[in-house]
Design a protein around this ligand. Structure first.
Ligand SMILES: C[S@@+](CC[C@H](N)C(=O)[O-])C[C@H]1O[C@@H](n2cnc3c(N)ncnc32)[C@H](O)[C@@H]1O
Length: 398
């Protein structure tokens, strides 16, 4: 019997898909249900039926997993911000590692062995330093709601506090609620400024301060293992990675199209006494060929930290042609990252040495990954360059 909307069925949860939904099967037909755990038996109601799968909402947990915990947030399940508060933190890390390995194997043909265990966040709650609050006029209830987008539709859930946000942001939420806008439609970004970094109001900064030391350590370790002397820090924002890694490099260049961020990057380098870096305002895909042409490929690493949509295909092709010794790819969107790694590793041009996931976003479906790629195929021009570098090294001139 095909499933219909409104049917109530019992499911055994077999897996947690990327995005956090549990995977169960009704006569081999896949049913996705949020807020469940692998191994649980649950009663669900079908809410959507597609050609190859259905979606359901959880009605009752019949047999609970030992990993099930009580979510501390009173909005959990309604608010769209968190997917995993019902899952014990170590189990969240395990689930994310498996999801990344599954995804990379499927989309990027990447062997599971290169994916390291997820580095946990020392603060699984109260960590987010940036949130977006929205307001919306709820006609039927005749009330202005202020909060986050709901989990089940595009309406706003009224919230007074957020358990994953830093305490200072919860104070700001109170202020926004105490001074509501006259009508709906407000979208306000609340953020805590990072200490010691100049970040313009609309520019990007990593949104979990607690895991930043581990993120920097991972990038520096990869850079030092690769041994490159020069770094192109592409999509550099306010210069975070280049500046943090400056003391293991001879030189670095940051590229970013957000002009205020580039001005801030220059100030950040100055404040920190970093003098071996330059910053360039522009689109990475436009300036990369010229930058790469000026550097010895065999001694150059390229750090990519693109927005969620990933890198332009032209940019990946430029890297495949010029073949810098190392690429470090940082991403909070594993699906586009796997697609791009697959392109870079095509025909064995680059090889993926390691992927280090970091839990920058506990309780949510998101995860940050840092990948270390090494160039495997050199060109004749690069061979000459390598021979010259070896000669200069041997004479102490390099
Ligand atoms: C994920 S953020 C990374 C920022 C920085 N690496 C950091 O850790 O703070 C991506 C950055 O890429 C910039 N960006 C997006 N598309 C770009 C493009 N085509 N060329 C240059 N910068 C771009 C955005 O403005 C944003 O600052």
């Amino acid at each position: 019997m095909p499933l219909k909307i409104g049917d109530q069925i019992t499911l055994q949860i077999q897996d947690l898909a990327f995005g956090g939904e549990g995977v169960g099967r009704a006569d081999d037909f896949v049913v996705f249900t949020p807020f469940v755990i692998v191994g649980e038996t649950v009663l669900v109601e079908i809410t959507e039926v597609k050609k190859h799968f259905a979606r359901a909402r959880l009605l009752r947990v019949e047999t609970a997993s030992p990993e099930r915990v009580t979510p501390p947030c009173r909005y959990f399940g309604q608010c769209g911000g968190c997917q995993y508060q019902h899952l014990a933190y170590p189990a969240q890390l395990h689930a994310k590692q498996k999801q990344i390995a599954d995804l990379f194997e499927r989309v990027g043909k990447i062997p599971r062995a290169v994916i390291a265990p997820v580095i946990p966040c020392p603060a699984p709650y109260g960590y987010r330093n940036r949130i977006m609050i929205r307001s919306q006029w709820n006609g039927p209830a005749k009330k202005l709601v202020i909060g986050f987008i709901r989990a089940d539709n595009q309406f706003v859930e009224d919230i007074e506090e957020c358990q994953i946000a830093e305490p200072a942001l919860n104070e700001q939420i109170k202020q926004v609620r105490a001074n509501p806008p006259p009508k709906g439609g407000l979208k306000v970004v609340l953020r805590v400024q990072p200490e010691g970094w100049n970040v313009p109001q609309h520019s990007f900064f990593q949104n979990n301060f607690f895991l930043l030391p581990k993120l920097v350590e991972t990038v520096r370790d990869f850079l030092q293992a690769g041994g490159a002397r020069h770094l192109l820090d592409l999509y550099c924002g306010v210069g975070f990675f280049g500046i943090e890694a400056a003391n293991v490099l001879a030189s670095f260049t940051g590229v970013e199209y957000d002009q205020p961020a580039i001005a801030a990057a220059q100030k950040n380098a100055q404040t920190r006494g970093v003098t071996n870096g330059t910053f360039l305002a522009g689109k990475v895909e436009a300036v990369l060929p010229e930058l790469l042409a000026k550097l010895p490929a065999a001694q150059t690493a390229v750090l990519l930290d693109p927005p969620r949509k990933g890198c332009w295909p032209e940019l990946l092709e430029q890297l495949r042609q010029t073949r810098p010794a190392q690429i470090i790819y940082v991403s909070c969107h594993p699906a586009t990252m796997a697609r791009d790694l697959n392109i870079l590793c095509g025909d064995g041009v680059f090889e993926l040495a390691r992927v280090q996931p970091l839990d920058m976003f506990p309780q949510t479906q998101h995860v940050e990954c840092v990948a270390d790629l090494r160039c495997q195929k050199t060109t004749p021009a690069l061979e000459t360059e390598l021979a010259n570098a070896r000669f200069l090294d041997s004479t102490g001139q390099n």
